[in-house]
Design a protein around this ligand. Structure first.
Ligand code: AMP
Ligand code: MG
Length: 361
C-alpha cells in the first residue's frame, strides 16, 4: 500500500477532504492532534476499527477513545451522565481531556474492548476537528505508534512506524502538548484519574473538589490486580534503550547518575543523561540531552527524544526524576513505564547497588 502524505500547512482543504474520504471508505487516517498524532477509523465500522488494532499490534482488550467535534454527540454514545461530568466536559473541551462514561452500547464492541463504558474526547486541534466534521463520523483513534513504542508527535515519526501500512497521513506540524490526553473516569460519583495528561490533577481538583488517582498511575500492577484503565497494564512508550529514572535530592542524583554512567561506559555501553536545561553542567563532559527549560517543554520533547535516542544507538538512558506536580505527573507516568518501573532513589545506597548488579547481569 502506498502511503500518501498531505502537508496541511500547504494543502489544508485538500488534505482534510482526502482524510474524510478515507474514513468514510472504512480506511485508516493518521492525523495531528494537540496531544499526539492519532490513527483513526470510523467508530461505527467494526472492520475499519479492527484495522487499527492490526496496524498497531494493539492488544484487543485495550479500548479506544472516541473523538467528537460537538457536545451533542456525547449522548449519542454515552448515558447516565452526572452534572459534574457535564461540567468537566464544558470546562476542559475542546482539549487534552478524555472522559470515561457509561456506554449506550451503540458502537461496535471492538471499540471498548468489551467494557460497558466509553472514553470520549473533543480535541482542541482545529485540523482534527475539521477532519471529524468533514467526515461526519465519530472517529476512534489511539496514538499513532506501533504498540509499545513511544507515541508520535510529528508526521515523520508516524511515517517511520506506518509507511506502507496506512493510505494517508496528515501533517499538521509538531503536537503542542506532546503527551496523550488526561483520562478521567466519571462512572462513579467521584472523578477518578486513570491517566494524567495536559489537563492536570490540580486543574481537575479545582473544578471537582476531590479527585481519586488510580494506583496504576505511578505503580506497576501485580498479576491479578484490577486495572481501571486497561492501557496501564502494558509495557509502553519504550525505546530500545534501557531507561532508568534516578530520584532523590538533586546533588545525590547527579553523583549517582555520573557513577552509573561511568560504569556503563566501562561495560561498553553507549549511555546518555536526560535532564532539564539548567542541570546540564552537572553531567558534562558526558553525553547529555536537554529535555527543555520547563516541565511543559519536557512533555513536548519526551517522545521525540526517546525515538532519537534509538536512532543514535544509545542503549542506556539515565533520566533525572521530575516533580510530580502539574504536567510533571503525566511525564512521570510515561517515563516510569518507559523505564519498566526501574526507579532508583539516589539517597538509598542499596537501591544503587541493586541497579548496578542488574546492569552487570
Ligand atoms: P491511547 O488512545 O493509545 O492513548 O490509549 C487510550 C487510553 O484510554 C488507554 O490507556 C485505554 O486503556 C484508556 N481507555 C479507553 N477506553 C477506556 C474505558 N472505557 N475505560 C477505561 N480506560 C479506557
Ligand atoms: Mg497509546
Amino acid at each position: 500500500m502506498e502511503t500518501k502524505l498531505y502537508d496541511l500547512s500547504k494543502d489544508y482543504a485538500a488534505g482534510i477532504r482526502a482524510g474524510a474520504q478515507e474514513l468514510c471508505r472504512g480506511n485508516l487516517v493518521i492525523f495531528p492532534t494537540e496531544t499526539v498524532y492519532g490513527i483513526g477509523a470510523d467508530a461505527t465500522n467494526a472492520e475499519a476499527v479492527a484495522k487499527i488494532y492490526a496496524a498497531k499490534g494493539r492488544p484487543s482488550n485495550n479500548p479506544l477513545i472516541a473523538h467528537i467535534w460537538d457536545m451533542s454527540q456525547v449522548e449519542e454514545i454515552a448515558c447516565d451522565i452526572s452534572p459534574l461530568a457535564w461540567r468537566l466536559m464544558r470546562k476542559f473541551w475542546p482539549g487534552p481531556f478524555t472522559i470515561v462514561l457509561k456506554s449506550r452500547g451503540v458502537l461496535p464492541k471492538i471499540v471498548s474492548g468489551g467494557l460497558d463504558t466509553i472514553a470520549i474526547r473533543m480535541p482542541a486541534s482545529q485540523a482534527a476537528r475539521d477532519l471529524l466534521k468533514e467526515s461526519g463520523k465519530i472517529v476512534v483513534a489511539p496514538s499513532a505508534n506501533i504498540s509499545g513504542l513511544p507515541s508520535t508527535t510529528t508526521a515523520q515519526q508516524c511515517l517511520d512506524d506506518f509507511n506502507g501500512k496506512v493510505p494517508l497521513i496528515l501533517d499538521g506540524g509538531p503536537s503542542s502538548v506532546g503527551l496523550e490526553s488526561t483520562v478521567c473516569s466519571m462512572t462513579g460519583e467521584i472523578p477518578m484519574l486513570l491517566r494524567p495528561g495536559g489537563v492536570t490533577l490540580e486543574m481537575l481538583e479545582e473544578e471537582a473538589g476531590i479527585v481519586e488517582v488510580s494506583y496504576a498511575v505511578l505503580h506497576a500492577l501485580q498479576p491479578g490486580e484490577k486495572a481501571e484503565s486497561p492501557g496501564m497494564l502494558y509495557k509502553h512508550y519504550s525505546p530500545k534503550a534501557k531507561v532508568c529514572i534516578i530520584e532523590g535530592n538533586r546533588k545525590a542524583i547527579a553523583k549517582t547518575i555520573n557513577s552509573m554512567y561511568d560504569i556503563g561506559v566501562k561495560m561498553g555501553k553507549n549511555p546518555c543523561v536526560f535532564c532539564m536545561q539548567d542541570r546540564i553542567d552537572q553531567y558534562l563532559p558526558r553525553h547529555v540531552h536537554s529535555m527543555g527549560q520547563s516541565p511543559e517543554e519536557v512533555a513536548k520533547n519526551l517522545f521525540a527524544a526517546l525515538r532519537e535516542a534509538d536512532k543514535a544507538k544509545i542503549d542506556l538512558i539515565y533520566f533525572e526524576g521530575i516533580e510530580h506536580t502539574g504536567i510533571g505527573l503525566a511525564i512521570a507516568n510515561r517515563i516510569i513505564r518507559a523505564a519498566g518501573f526501574d526507579v532508583v532513589n539516589a539517597d538509598k545506597e542499596e537501591e544503587i547497588e541493586k541497579h548496578i548488579a542488574c546492569m552487570h547481569g
